[in-house]
Design a protein around this ligand. Structure first.
Ligand code: NAG
Ligand code: NAG
Ligand code: NAG
Ligand code: NAG
Ligand code: NAG
Length: 275
């Protein structure tokens, strides 16, 4: 009898926590809490978003990782320079419609999407199968308010951009972690450089370590490996509104990512990982 009760209780909890909300969103009515080990998972089960501790650290961060790779492989971190020291973190939509990370009993947020939102403020955060975390206005227009792809950390996924949105001034730069235990902004950065002949440049501090060379119309002059047989499909945009580069694997079943990493030189700083 008791065990039947428990089974019903477990089924009910499972039902409440897994079926009342789409599992890939955070909304005004559905937040996630570190204490409860809650995550949201993209609809095709590719990426998960939740709380984690990197390496041997006990600090807590909100991040995005591959849902199906057993070794936690983090591709984006929200509060990278502002860790939470306990498991009281709560990630929710606040009354102004931002996605905000709070620590229990603290009034100041640890991290926030921090944009001013007009209109309904009825926004919803959703993790997509591309690895992009998007904040969308939940009205008929479904306007995109903010996206993690616009605020990269150290990992460049397919369809993410490197470079400038010249209309908004957004500069998408990739920066290394401080160490495997600390996702804070490290000393290596990979950026687009504006000018007559834009280039991608890898820096250590303010010193350039590697340059891509200029865009020839088909490839970067410093990357002869980019031939027609290259596994990536590349997109270089140089207009009044945008100066950016992005690439995605031609074969969608190949997952690729590039990492701005530590302790290695030049091109080796970018590791392409297949799985
Ligand atoms: C938050 O405040 C409550 C009530 O004062 C207290 O019981 C709880 O331990 C506090 N939590 C943290 C993480 O400090
Ligand atoms: C939000 O943005 C303002 C202005 O840029 C900044 O001063 C503030 O620290 C930011 N707050 C958070 C929580 O990121
Ligand atoms: C989106 O808005 C509709 C209409 O107001 C509402 O019924 C629905 O619950 C909202 N969705 C979420 C995830 O909050
Ligand atoms: C970054 O560079 C500075 C100056 O060289 C150094 O003091 C610091 O330890 C470096 N940080 C990391 C995380 O390597
Ligand atoms: C894509 O990659 C998979 C796995 O390596 C392979 O089986 C498939 O044939 C490839 N498809 C194309 C169109 O090359």
């Amino acid at each position: 009898m008791n065990s039947v009760k428990w089974l019903i209780r477990i089924l009910l909890v499972f039902y409440l926590s897994h079926f009342c909300f789409p599992a890939d969103i955070i909304s005004l009515h559905h937040f996630i809490q570190d204490n409860n080990h809650e995550v949201i998972v993209s609809s095709g089960n590719t990426f998960a978003l939740g709380f984690f501790s990197p390496g041997s650290s006990r600090n807590r961060y909100v991040g995005i990782w591959y849902h199906q790779i057993p070794e936690k492989t983090v591709v984006w971190v929200a509060n990278r320079d502002n860790p939470i020291k306990d498991t009281s973190g709560i990630l929710r939509i606040d009354s102004r419609g931002n996605l905000v990370l709070f620590q229990e009993n603290q009034t100041l947020p640890v991290w926030s999407t921090n944009i001013s939102i007009a209109g309904t403020r009825n926004s919803v955060a959703q993790i997509l199968d591309s690895g992009n975390l998007v904040l969308i206005q939940n009205d008929t227009r479904k306007a995109l308010l903010w996206q993690s792809f616009g605020h990269p950390t150290n990992t460049w996924l397919s369809f993410m951009k490197l470079g400038f949105n010249l209309k908004t001034g957004l500069n998408q730069v990739y920066t290394s972690w401080k160490s495997p235990d600390d996702p804070g902004v490290g000393n290596y950065s990979f950026k687009m450089i504006q000018g007559v002949s834009p280039q991608m440049v890898l820096y250590k501090g303010s010193g350039p370590l590697w340059r891509s060379g200029t865009w020839t119309g088909k490839r970067w002059s410093g990357i002869p490996e980019m031939t027609q047989n290259f596994i990536f499909r590349d997109s270089f945009v140089n207009t009044a509104d945008e100066l950016s580069f992005s690439s995605d694997a031609k074969n969608a079943s190949i997952i690729t990512r590039w990492i701005t990493n530590l302790d290695k030189v030049a091109l080796a700083l970018f590791t392409r990982v297949f799985s």
